[in-house]
Design a protein around this ligand. Structure first.
Ligand code: OGA
Ligand code: MN
Length: 270
């Protein structure tokens, strides 16, 4: 294998050393995909990949979602660069991307172009590993539960101001109900939770809130998480189907600018 790989934590994350040229070989990209599924997050330190090559690599790993400019979506809180910047503040809380879709995105490639002075680390939590490690009694308790995911709820959690405009946007994205435990075709199971998980169907509000908090606290324990402190030029890839993520808060005017390419989903929630 032409990839040099080093595990970052037992349960999550590998650092991969390879040149862009190597990564763009289809057989190498196939190895990257396999490693991504096994490890949840891959870190390519100081790769310095161009936008074109990032989209090309994404196309070898999966199917590129058409968004942003030619597959490059700018993650920034500067609303001159991204008209949807405000809602990205929601990314300061633990989340999965695409819980308002039936088929959530498979993953994303994210490269660091401009960093913030403070904050702006990206954290990942492996919900496959966290599910696996749950006590059997909890696995039994949650086996058949379903959870309502609400975009508006996640925006409220992030403290984003309710105005007629934001409210119209929030309400244009309907709630979705998904199984809390997602059995994948691979045979593995992950937990579908995050700041968008508004309530567990059939439980009274306090029991629902307590259970969601208990599971969030479990998944985001140190032993299931990896924190990436960025250097300009780093590229990360994460498997969104079994990894939660968040950014640590950074200032609106920090100039932080990440270029994201998103991989289309391949498997529906249960
Ligand atoms: C995202 C996201 C976190 C970050 O791109 O979906 O949540 O650190 N990004 O920018
Ligand atoms: Mn995100």
């Amino acid at each position: 294998m032409s990839l040099q790989v080093r595990n970052l934590k037992d349960t999550i994350g590998s650092e991969v050393i390879a040149s862009v040229e190597e990564l763009l070989k289809p057989e190498v990209a196939a190895q990257v995909r396999q490693l991504l599924v096994e490890r949840g997050v891959l870190v390519f330190p100081r790769l310095g990949i161009s936008d074109e090559d990032q989209v090309r690599l994404a196309g070898l790993i999966g199917t590129v979602r058409e968004e942003g400019e030619q597959g490059i979506f700018k993650i920034t809180l500067d609303n001159k660069a991204n008209a949807q910047a405000l809602y990205l503040k929601g990314s300061f809380n633990w989340h999965m991307d695409g819980t308002h879709d039936q088929v959530p995105v498979f993953g994303s490639l994210l490269s660091g172009h401009v960093l913030s002075q403070e904050g702006g680390d990206t954290l990942f939590a492996n919900s496959y590993a966290a599910y696996e490690a749950l006590p059997q009694a909890m696995k039994d308790r949650i086996a058949d539960l379903r959870v309502v995911h609400s975009f508006a709820y996640s925006m409220e959690q992030a403290g984003i101001e309710r105005t007629p405009e934001t409210e119209a946007h929030w309400n244009s994205i309907p709630d979705q109900t998904h199984a809390l435990v997602w059995p994948h075709k691979s045979g593995r199971k992950s937990l579908v939770i995050g700041c968008h998980a508004s309530r567990v169907v059939g439980l009274d509000p306090s029991e629902s809130a307590a259970l969601l908090k208990e599971l969030m606290d479990w998944v985001t324990q140190e032993r299931f998480t990896y924190c990436h402190k960025w250097t300009v030029g780093d590229m990360l890839i994460w498997d969104n189907t079994g990894v939660l993520h968040r950014a640590t808060p950074y200032a609106l005017g920090s100039g932080r600018m990440m270029h994201r390419t998103t991989l289309m989903g391949e498997e529906a929630f249960a």
